[in-house]
Design a binder for this molecule. Sequence first.
Ligand code: C2E
Ligand code: CA
Ligand code: CA
Length: 416
Amino acid sequence: MGHPDDLLLLPAGALLFREGETGDAAYQIVRGTIEIFLEQDGAEVVLARRGAGEIIGEMAIIDRRPRSASARVAADCALTPITAAQIERRIAATDPILRMCLGIVIDHCRETLALVRGEGGQAHPSAPASAPGPAFQAAVDVLRLERELTRALQQGQLAVFLQPLVSLASGRLTGFEALMRWHHPEHGLILPGRFIGVAEASGLITRMTEWCLGEVARAYAALDTAARLGGGAEGPLVVSVNVSGHDLSQPAFAARVEGILAEAGMPPEGLSLEITESILMRDPAGAGAVLDACRRRGIGIAIDDFGTGYSSLSHLSTLPISTLKIDRAFVQALGSDAKSTRIVGTILRLARDLGIPAVAEGIETAPQATQLAALGCACGQGFLFGRPAPLLTALQVARDWRPADAGPGARRAAAG
Ligand code: C2E
Ligand code: CA
Ligand code: CA
């Protein structure tokens, strides 16, 4: 409830606004009745009566067009004004699809009003507010992508690519990161940057994560065996899978992951889940409980893109984290930017103090690998050691891995 001074008090008969005027506010009726009417050939047509609790005058604010009808106080009123700025701020912050739907609903209202006025076919004296513009088109494109992605999941168009992770001290293979790809029937190979956001917004991501976990779990034995036979691995491989906030908001997530691993016979110690700081900070308590349940089952937890998001050191010490992944922005600025070099040093000291190994992402050059090894970074990942590749290629990479090739400085970026 607002302060009484914030209320607009109007006696019966007062005109609140007139058709054609520019709207600067909507109103909630606290007490009294408002009549909404049109003037036609000198006569008035009452369209509606609104009472306590209802909102009036919102249309002209939302579509920024003149009032579509007039409003008059029918019984003494107390109104809470809601300013155009207040409404516009909230609309701007909302989901683009919702915004588009709202625009369409208002267009339809205006059309109906035009019909009541007898304007028939002239429903749109000017273009409708939700006429296809770039924002409208972008919203529709997202909806189409969402449908295509649902089909992609059903029709096997998604693929898991695997990128090697390497011990920077020994050059041996430690595991792979699973990265999703979409073989689109028309557009070819699509990178996750184009579709993970849509998958998260639509909730489809939870099914995609489970699918990805299943693919990894079924491939694990072959990968680990190839690495063991090849003799270039540090120990049993660890394959990491990226998870989203949606996954962690489900209390049963850990049990489901356990079920997927058990069905395929993959040991939980062979899996690491990668989570970004921003996901963790959205609901630290909820995410913490789910991660604890995963960790108790032997699954590793890696903080992804570390250093780019907002993170609280107190959460870092209470969450069951087993790896810190240093974002590639810092790695790629190593050497050329003193600040990034200091940040990498600080993250590595933090990891050491917490007793957890760090992985540097996005290593593209031998000097970067050498410098990170010298700074005490345990593991690395990047084009220098190998690009993300389909399972068959990853099996060859695991079998043929030669530590000497990947030792600080030696290995050339794999093609592909
Ligand atoms: P990420 O988890 O940080 O994954 C690492 C990204 O860096 C990958 O991009 C990888 O191809 C790229 N990368 C690796 N080494 C290098 C390098 O040396 N140089 C450069 N420039 N890039 C390198 P990708 O595969 O396009 O994935 C982008 C992001 O999409 C991932 O970032 C991750 O956040 C998300 N993502 C990928 N797969 C999944 C998934 O299955 N589930 C979820 N939830 N997110 C995923
Ligand atoms: Ca990742
Ligand atoms: Ca990352």
